[in-house]
Each structure stands twice: as C-alpha cells, then as structure tokens.
Write a protein that binds this ligand. Sequence first.
Ligand SMILES: Nc1ncnc2c1ncn2[C@@H]1O[C@H](COP(=O)(O)OP(=O)(O)OP(=O)(O)O)[C@@H](O)[C@H]1O
Length: 337
Amino acid sequence: MFSKDIGIDLGTANTLVYMKGKGIVMREPSVVAVDVRTDTVLAVGSHAKDMIGRTPGSIVAVRPLKDGVIADFDITATMLKHFIKKAVKSTAFSRPHIVVCIPSGVTEVERRAVEDAARQAGASQVELIEEPMAAAIGAGLPVADPTGSMVVDIGGGTAEVAVISLGDIVTSCSVRVAGDKFDEAIISYVKKKYNLLIGERTAEEIKIAIGSAFPTGSEEDRASVEIKGRNLVDGLPKNVTISAEEVREALSDPLATIVDAIKSTLEKTPPELSADIIDHGIMLTGGGALLRGLDQLVEQETGMPVHVADSPLDCVVDGTGKRLEVTMPSSYYKARR
Ligand SMILES: Nc1ncnc2c1ncn2[C@@H]1O[C@H](COP(=O)(O)OP(=O)(O)OP(=O)(O)O)[C@@H](O)[C@H]1O
C-alpha cells in the first residue's frame, strides 16, 4: 500500500524531505518571514530566503535554527509543520511515520518541541535521529559492520565529526563552525580589507563561486569576482574585486577549527578503528563538503585518504529515507535522550 511516511533533515541552512517510495520531494531553505505587526507568517522556504536583508521594519526574515541549535522555538515548529503539510496531506486515516534528523546540539526541551510540532502536523509516530549517523548511512558507509567509519558532516551551523562502528557512534565531536561561519569570515575580511559592508547572501555567493580550502593548482585558483556592498567610509554603494586567494585566506580560521575537531576525534579513536579509517578514509558530507579543495586540506592535515560523498547536500535526508525504506535495528538511530 502507498505510504506517506517521510524523513526530514531539519538543517540550520536547508530542510529536505524524503518520502518513502519516492525519494527526495522537497528542498527548501530553513527560513521564515514574519510580519511582526500581526505576528503572522508571510513566507516559508525560498520565498522567505529571498527576503533576507531586504525587508522593511515590519517584516523579519529569520532562520529559526542557528549555530546548530533551535534559536526560535515557535518559528521552528511553524516551519516544520508547513513543510510536513506541504509534503504530505495527512488525514485522520493516513497519519505518517516521520523520522526527523536534528542537529546533535539540541537540548531535551528542543527535541520535544520538534516532536510536538511533527505530531501537530499529523505524524502518528515521530523518531529523532542523530545527524552524523544519518549522514553516514546516506553516504553509504557500512555503519552496521564491525569496522570503523569516519564521517565529517559540514552543514550550515555545525560540523559534526563521528567514528561509527557496529551501528553506533564510538567517538564524536561537534563544533559550531560550518558554512555560516565561512560566510561570516568573508564578511569580516571584506570589511577589514576594503571597508566594504556586504550581506550574508553576497558572502555565500562569493564562497560558492570562488571559495576554496586549498590551492588545487587549477585555473580556478586565479579566479576573482566583483562584489557590491556599502562603503563604510562614505556610506555609498561600492564595487570591489576579490580573488580566490583572498577568500581562501578569509576562510582559513574557521577551516582550522574544523580540522582540529577532526584531529581531536582521531586522537580519541580506539586503535583498531583508527586502522580501519586509514584503510577506508574519511567521508565528507553536508554542503560544506562542496568547498573546493576541502578534501585535499583534510588529507594534508590528517594524512588519511579523504572522500567527498556523491551528493553531499542529500546525505542526511537520504539516511532518514533509508531508515524508512529498510527496517534496521533501532540502535542505529539511538536518539540522545
Ligand atoms: N558549492 C558549495 N561550496 C561551498 N559551500 C556550499 C556549497 N553549496 C552549499 N554550500 C554551503 O553548505 C551549507 C548548507 O549545507 P547543508 O544543507 O548540508 O546544511 P544543513 O544540514 O542545513 O545544516 P546543519 O547540518 O548545520 O544543520 C551552507 O552554508 C551553504 O552555503
């Protein structure tokens, strides 16, 4: 029988929905626009993201999950309900089973808020799973085997590093430094060097266009882009050209934090599992894994082989999907309670 069971990657940057039997049915930015005068939600997802930095005083476009935690409870619940209702039109007779993957830094109270929101949106059963585990499953790592698999999931708010064996996390480390901090680093670099104020959207565009973690010796190392912002000296709009090398310099501090998290997790890993990681390498997932040269940087810093997952942005939601498609032991998805 056709089932509307869904898996959700409730990410700080993007929310993805996987429907059993269909695959990924929705990808939207985790953004909500609210009219503060009437306290009503005006837009959710990409429409709301387009409004960031461009709203009049009466409207705020917010990202309810920030730095890997739920910054605004009620808005997160509203957004989750909106996405669930959009993906699955549940009725009293077809209440879906929902698997939600949430950042591992969320508190017990926040977990309950997510569960309640999913139930209010029509879920009959709600299961919460840990992000690095979902990412590892989605990336196709042999998480159930008695062998060490290392995954590094770099999203918008958090970078999660985990070593998994026999269906459970053996050692892990989570830092609140990921894609958003890369954008912030670009903003402050441009401000310091050029006295130019740019917005979050522009910084993200620069990162995606010419950002890199390591010089790869290719033509792209010499790329540059023209950016527009507000001159901090006279307050007027201004253009400057920024090079790939400058962006790499801007990103070096947040990247060093992520590399340190990987190294400290490796230091805590039992020797047998370390040996497995030397053989199989480290798997990078999450949107941050798309940063050019990141695999080479991690490889140079750790001496381990490093692979980037096939579809890094989809790994977490694919992991929740595999949970719905296959019956696996619940120990795979041990939610931290
Ligand atoms: N080509 C790219 N190069 C560099 N960064 C990218 C690229 N494409 C997307 N990103 C970044 O990836 C991040 C979003 O990744 P992802 O969707 O995996 O995060 P998330 O799951 O929402 O966040 P979290 O895991 O922290 O909850 C954003 O910061 C985005 O700017």
